[in-house]
Write a protein that binds this ligand. Structure first.
Ligand SMILES: NC(=O)C1=CN([C@@H]2O[C@H](COP(=O)(O)OP(=O)(O)OC[C@H]3O[C@@H](n4cnc5c(N)ncnc54)[C@H](O)[C@@H]3O)[C@@H](O)[C@H]2O)C=CC1
Ligand SMILES: NCC(=O)COP(=O)(O)O
Length: 338
């Protein structure tokens, strides 16, 4: 069997993505690592941050020399200075994703890993509907609904415990969150999460802890009706299908270790209900995985960190974890396919 190829998009050129990518050690992975980005930028950022890695041009059918990182060169539109955003380069950031997706769909790549991009500069450049990788990849692959899941090891719950936090809504203004949680969307989110806990994480009968939307999970309807009108009926209906669902639970106490220990994953209703807790517990080694896509996509748990770009001080642990997970998921998928 040939060595799997993993596409790694280097993300926002002014951020820490390029230097974290050139700090990867290809010899440590059972896969070919292909960096999708501007080659001169990657060479410059590697020099600036003290990486001696050998960057070679990607040729699909040619196995690179041991220890070298392959680069699929997609040029920037304008020169880039670390830490300084330039909307002229936004189309290139999206072109990296387009190329990675095309390669995953054709079978050229076994999986894709994304280094962080800057959502604001892409919007400033005129991509008015862009809200993040998750939504963009769903659109590119014609997937009506996907689920964002972040995960990291959290020994405070119990040794080796994997804290997995999935989101019922992703990058939405808070004002729009309640309206976005419908019986149909919540049902589909739980179906995708349940199926991927089984297939991607090997949990035969996963237990999902579901957070309420309102304070105290609505306090019996006195602090909001979404639990009574939407969450409880959806959970009851899916329980009748055999899913193990606990909740809706008040989000303020759900993340206490004894409660977390009863589940395999948490479903929160919105971005900042769950991710601050996850990042507090696991920042620097967490991963972000998009569930429900027809391809494997993992990512980092952090953003572009413009304040650190070019310094070589950014922690590469999360990118490493994302690459490792992509390789594992790709190997599992290949094994299932026979
Ligand atoms: N997967 C992605 O593409 C993600 C992109 N973002 C985007 O990144 C941009 C900046 O977001 P912020 O909220 O400022 O978050 P951020 O994660 O870029 O920075 C927050 C703080 O964490 C630090 N930090 C981040 N990554 C680090 C690392 N690897 N090692 C050490 N310290 C690190 C930064 O220096 C900063 O102090 C935004 O446009 C946001 O949308 C944010 C999260 C994920
Ligand atoms: N906070 C996680 C995050 O914003 C990741 O977004 P995405 O770009 O991976 O969709």
């Amino acid at each position: 069997m040939s060595t799997p190829r993993i596409a790694i998009t280097v993300g926002e050129p002014a951020g820490i993505g390029p230097e974290l990518c050139t700090a990867l050690q290809p010899g440590q992975h059972a896969a070919r690592l292909i960096l999708l980005g501007d080659k001169p930028l990657l060479q410059a950022r590697a020099r600036q941050t003290g990486s001696a890695v050998q960057l070679v041009d990607y040729a699909p059918e040619t196995q690179p020399a041991p220890g070298s990182l392959e680069v699929l060169h997609i040029p920037l539109a304008a020169p880039c200075v670390a830490g300084q955003l330039d909307q002229a380069n936004a189309p290139q950031v999206l072109a990296l994703l387009d190329r990675a997706v095309a390669g995953c769909q054709s079978g050229e790549f076994a999986a894709m890993v994304t280094a962080p991009l800057h959502k604001g500069i892409i919007r400033d450049a005129g991509y008015g509907r862009f809200t993040g990788h998750t939504e963009y990849l769903a659109e590119l692959t014609d997937t009506p609904q996907v689920v964002m899941l972040l995960a990291g090891r959290c020994d405070a719950v119990k040794p080796g415990y994997a804290l997995r936090v999935a989101l019922a809504t992703t990058h939405l203004p808070l004002r729009e969150v309640a309206d976005a949680i419908t019986p149909a969307s919540l049902t589909q989110t739980l179906r995708i999460l349940h199926a991927d806990l089984q297939h991607k994480f090997g949990l035969a009968q996963p237990t999902i802890l579901v957070a309420g939307l309102n304070p105290h999970a609505g306090e019996g309807g006195h602090l909001g009706r979404e639990e009574l009108d939407i969450l409880i009926p959806v959970l009851e209906s899916l329980r009748r299908e055999g899913m193990r669902l606990v909740g809706p639970l008040p989000a303020d106490t759900l993340f206490n270790p004894p409660v977390l220990a009863q589940g395999d994953a948490v479903l929160v209703m919105y971005h900042d209900q769950g991710l601050p807790v996850l990042k507090h517990a696991t920042f620097g080694q967490g991963i972000n995985l998009t569930l429900g896509l027809p391809l494997i996509r993992t990512s980092v748990d952090h953003g572009t960190a413009l304040d650190l770009a070019g310094t070589g001080r950014a922690d590469g642990g999360s990118l490493l974890a994302a690459v490792d997970l992509a390789i594992t998921l790709a190997a599992n998928q290949a094994q299932r396919a026979g």
